[in-house]
Design a protein around this ligand. Structure first.
Ligand code: GLN
Length: 445
């Protein structure tokens, strides 16, 4: 049924880069067989899933939507993929993204522009736009994306979905092609909160293959999901209410009322350093990216320029031909910020501000159980609208990057419409409080 929908709608949505039809149907048959024979089935038996194309899938192309690895077929599965397969989920295909997950609209993909299923003249958000569009158009019941600065929550908000960014270290990054390693985290897109809890039950947990994975007991995110939230203390950072467009502000006010009706206490508060979030993020993330992407040199991975006379030229031509404009911009910014002479002024300073931003959150959570805000300033913008203005594009991440800088978890859930386009509400929790934010989101939903 899902492949039928893909055939029907993906010509116009362009969410998928690669389909895994033959394998998927074979796996589905195997599961039917097992069921018939009364054999034990996995937790997600027979449920199709679409995967962002920067998550490694054994035997299935993983391109990061970049020409530099456009034919790369990983010889191993990412840990999240292994977990999904062990639960008998069925991988139906790989989805489009901004090249190497750098962007907020999925327009920097080297291959295609994914459309927002609510209005195909608009972007689905990014960088996990393909994963969001696939679920929003019901070409998959759930999908995985990745977050470095908002790439699950922002497209979830633009496409009317639930999107969760887990606590840094909760979900293994092994096999996620690195963008900025101190930020990167894999997260699910689902159509409701309960599904997000179910997916988290499969993908969260310690992994010895990821040195940043945190050792802690596995939780069942369905436990307590439906508890009431009477007496919950909610903070609303006032800095996150500046510059809202359309109905975003009025829907936020409406959401606050909903929480009050559910018995929560809502209070305005401040995250005083949030004004430095974008600048901090756009120094640290490109710096880490410039280092991570050094591995694409034409020797070990992916495509090699056919047109060189010596090793130096091999590197330069391979990278010049293989990377797109936004990726090159990030590599140049990052290299600049890390270079001797500028390191103290940019990279080191940004690391210091990172601590201040993290301290703001720590302090807030001494007083509040959760924080809420809109996920984005506006609803989905038009395709092409911010394409030739990188700064305008970066500014659209204003309300999401703080969470990634601090490492804390956050979810985006639908909270109304503005001009018939969905608006997202962001619920932020303290480290490893996924169960709490899912519980709060469930009550709101
Ligand atoms: N839009 C942000 C960026 O371009 C975040 C991307 C992401 O979370 N992968 O870096």
């Amino acid at each position: 049924e899902y492949f039928k929908r893909i055939e029907k709608y993906d010509n116009s949505i362009e969410a998928f880069l690669t389909l895994n039809k033959e394998e998927a149907l074979k796996k589905a048959k195997e599961i039917d067989e097992k069921r018939k024979n009364g054999e034990q089935l996995g937790y997600l038996a027979g449920i199709p899933v679409a995967i962002k194309d920067n998550i490694s899938t054994k035997g299935l192309k993983t391109t990061c939507a970049s020409n530099i690895i456009k034919d790369y077929i990983p010889p191993f599965d990412a840990t999240v993929i292994e977990n999904l397969k062990n639960a008998d989920a069925i991988i139906i295909g790989k989805t489009n993204l901004d090249e190497f997950a750098m962007g907020s609209s999925t327009e920097t993909s080297a291959f295609q522009i994914t459309k927002n299923p609510w209005d195909i003249s608009r972007v689905p958000g990014g960088s996990s736009g393909g994963s969001a569009a696939a679920v929003a158009s019901q070409m998959a019941p759930f999908s995985l994306g990745s977050e470095t600065g908002g790439s699950v929550r922002q497209p979830a908000s633009f496409c009317g979905l639930v999107g969760l960014k887990p606590t840094y270290g909760l979900v293994s990054r092994y096999g996620l092609i690195a963008f900025a390693s101190s930020f990167d985290q894999i997260g699910p897109f689902t159509r409701n909160v309960e599904d997000a809890a179910i997916v988290m039950n499969v993908i969260a947990g310690y992994d010895k293959m990821d040195s940043t994975s945190v050792k802690r007991e596995k939780e069942n995110y369905l436990d307590g999901l439906k508890n009431d939230i009477k007496g919950l203390k909610i903070g609303v950072p006032k800095e996150y209410l500046e510059g809202l467009e359309g109905n975003v502000k009025s829907q936020m006010e409406q959401s606050i009322k909903t929480f009050e009706n559910l018995g929560a206490e809502v209070e305005m508060m401040s995250l005083p350093h949030s004004g430095y979030g974008l600048e901090t993020y756009y120094i640290l993330a490109p710096s880490e990216a410039s280092s991570n992407l050094a591995r694409f040199d034409g020797i070990r991975y992916g495509n090699r320029s056919s047109n060189y006379n010596n090793t130096e030229e091999l590197f330069v031509k391979t990278r010049s031909e293989g990377f797109g404009e936004e990726v090159k911009r990030r590599i140049m910014m990052g290299t600049y910020c890390l270079s001797s002479g500028y390191y103290d002024a940019y990279y080191k300073k940004a690391q210091e501000v990172r601590t201040l931003i993290k301290n703001d959150f720590d302090k807030a959570f001494e007083k509040y159980d959760i924080l809420i805000s809109p996920t984005t300033l506006s609803t989905a913008f038009k395709i092409g609208e911010k394409n030739d203005d990188p700064i305008a594009m970066y500014q659209s991440d204003k309300l999401t990057v703080g969470v990634n800088i601090a490492g804390v978890p956050a979810i985006s859930i639908p909270c109304g419409l503005s001009d018939n386009m969905p608006i997202g509400l962001q619920i932020i929790g303290k480290n490893f409080d996924e169960a709490k934010i899912l519980n709060v989101a469930y009550n709101f939903e």
